[in-house]
Design a protein around this ligand. Structure first.
Ligand code: FAD
Length: 414
């Protein structure tokens, strides 16, 4: 693969841009792989990438029923932060955030990581106590956050109305190196690097069954035929329950639609990410100028990838209280993704009852930020049978009552 660089742009410009290679191959599946990953979202692709890069396992296929990055990875609002409360969460989200810092260089692909700072507004006394507690926990975990005053909130984001009317801003949990990245680019960058290592990314191919012999996996059935494998990683977010059933076990997970919307583009008005959990909405401004707005999750299980009017209305109404300047903005489009929710709002990165089958799911409303760390941990688990970053997130925690309660950190749909 030819490297992307300023020199490459100049070279190709001189050739009327006719010399660019395809970013990844579209191969026909081989009959057998050492490892098959189901799902070419960010987490599946990152798993494949670190299997190759960190563990030298390169005879790998990533099988995707649609197009790569077309699931939640290409539908999210791209917030990256690691200000979680519990130690195992802070460890994996901070690992991910730190990998994001140099991901563009690592992949030789501009993922547009923008550490512009993320603030989570405290608009009730309860939230002040919660976020101050998180800031203290983060200090012990080595995650750089601080609890800031309403005045500092206003300095960092002048368009916020800190005075009310229902919920005045009383402070905020501020993570200066949190931010955003371009979601498609994260998937595309990992895909290109995987393809370059000789891995096969097989799109438009659904995994319809998991073949087992004597309690261990021997391959998968797909819409393009049978593929044998020694190890199988199920990384399918909202379809985790469906895939687990095909592999012969059940997961403690629910799937719901989570929604987001963007406005028409406007001139730059905010250069931080703001989350307002009490009124329930969050907003950042994209490089194109659109206000990127996160809405809520449906209150019932479903597999739709659409938005709905009542969510738009509720979210925009809530945000107008905090950002009065958006009251006359036109909304451009809205959509939904199917997120996978566990009871404790923490992910599952685990072995399963079927030997050789591993599962990575349960990232719910907040897994984009975790992609590099999650892929790193899942690859280590698949290669070595154990990963310090993943151990606490095993399936056994639900049997043993070792929940990792992140309902506050994940309380708003982000
Ligand atoms: C509206 C919205 C806003 C969000 N905002 C944020 C945010 O701001 N910050 C954040 O950190 N997170 C956010 N998230 C969550 C984040 O998007 C997800 O946690 C993350 O993208 C999950 O990535 P994934 O790779 O696990 O899943 P996906 O990207 O969904 O990939 C799974 C893939 O598996 C494929 N698949 C499923 N079944 C099969 C099968 N049988 N065979 C083959 N392929 C299959 C699917 O087609 C899909 O492409 C948001 C999510 C949504 C929906």
């Amino acid at each position: 693969m030819r490297r992307y660089s300023a020199f490459a742009i100049a070279r190709e410009a001189a050739r009327h841009h006719l010399g660019w290679e395809r970013a990844w191959r579209s191969p026909t599946p081989k009959p057998r792989y050492d490892a098959v990953i189901v799902g070419a979202g960010g987490h599946g692709l990152a798993t494949a990438y670190y299997l190759g890069k960190n563990h030298g396992i390169r005879n790998v296929a990533v099988i995707e029923k649609g197009w790569l990055g077309g699931g939640n990875t290409g539908r999210n609002t791209t917030i990256i932060r690691s200000n979680y409360l519990q130690d195992p969460s802070a460890a994996i989200y901070e690992k991910a955030r730190s990998l994001y810092e140099t991901l563009s260089q690592d992949l030789n692909y501009n993922v547009m990581f923008s550490p512009r700072g993320v603030m989570m507004l405290a608009q009730t006394e309860h939230e002040i106590r919660g976020y101050q507690r998180t800031a203290h926990a983060n200090a012990l975990q080595g995650v750089a956050t601080e609890f800031i005053s309403p005045r500092r909130v206003k300095e960092l984001c002048p368009i916020i109305n800190i005075d009310g009317p229902r919920y005045p801003v009383l402070g905020a949990l501020w993570q200066p190196r949190g931010g955003t990245a371009r979601h498609d680019a994260v998937a595309w960058g990992y895909a290109r690097a995987c393809s370059d290592m000789g891995m096969d990314i097989i799109q438009q191919t659904e995994v319809t069954g998991v073949r087992r012999e004597g309690g261990r996996v021997v391959g998968v059935d797909t819409t393009k035929g049978h593929i044998a494998c020694d190890k199988l990683g199920i990384v399918v977010a909202g379809h985790s329950g469906v895939m687990a059933e095909r592999a012969g076990f059940r997961l403690p997970i629910e799937s719901v639609a989570l929604q987001a919307l963007v406005s028409e583009p406007i001139k730059p008005v905010m250069d931080v990410v703001v989350m307002a959990n009490t009124v329930h909405g969050y907003m950042s401004q994209s490089d194109k100028g659109e206000m990127v707005i996160g809405g809520g999750a449906d209150g019932f299980n479903n597999y739709t990838q659409r938005g709905s009017f009542h969510h738009v209305e509720e979210t925009v109404r809530a945000l107008i209280e905090t950002f009065p300047i958006i009251s006359r903005l036109k909304m451009l489009r809205w959509w939904g993704g199917i997120v996978d929710m566990t009871g404790d709002r923490s992910p599952i990165i685990s072995k399963t009852p079927v030997e050789g089958v591993f599962v990575n799911c349960g990232w719910g409303t907040g897994g984009f930020k975790a992609i590099p760390g999650s892929g790193w941990a899942m690859a280590e688990l698949m290669a070595k049978g154990h990963s310090p970053l993943a151990d606490a997130f095993s399936l056994s925690r639900f049997r043993e009552g070792r929940f990792i309660d992140e309902s506050v950190a994940a309380g708003v749909a982000h």
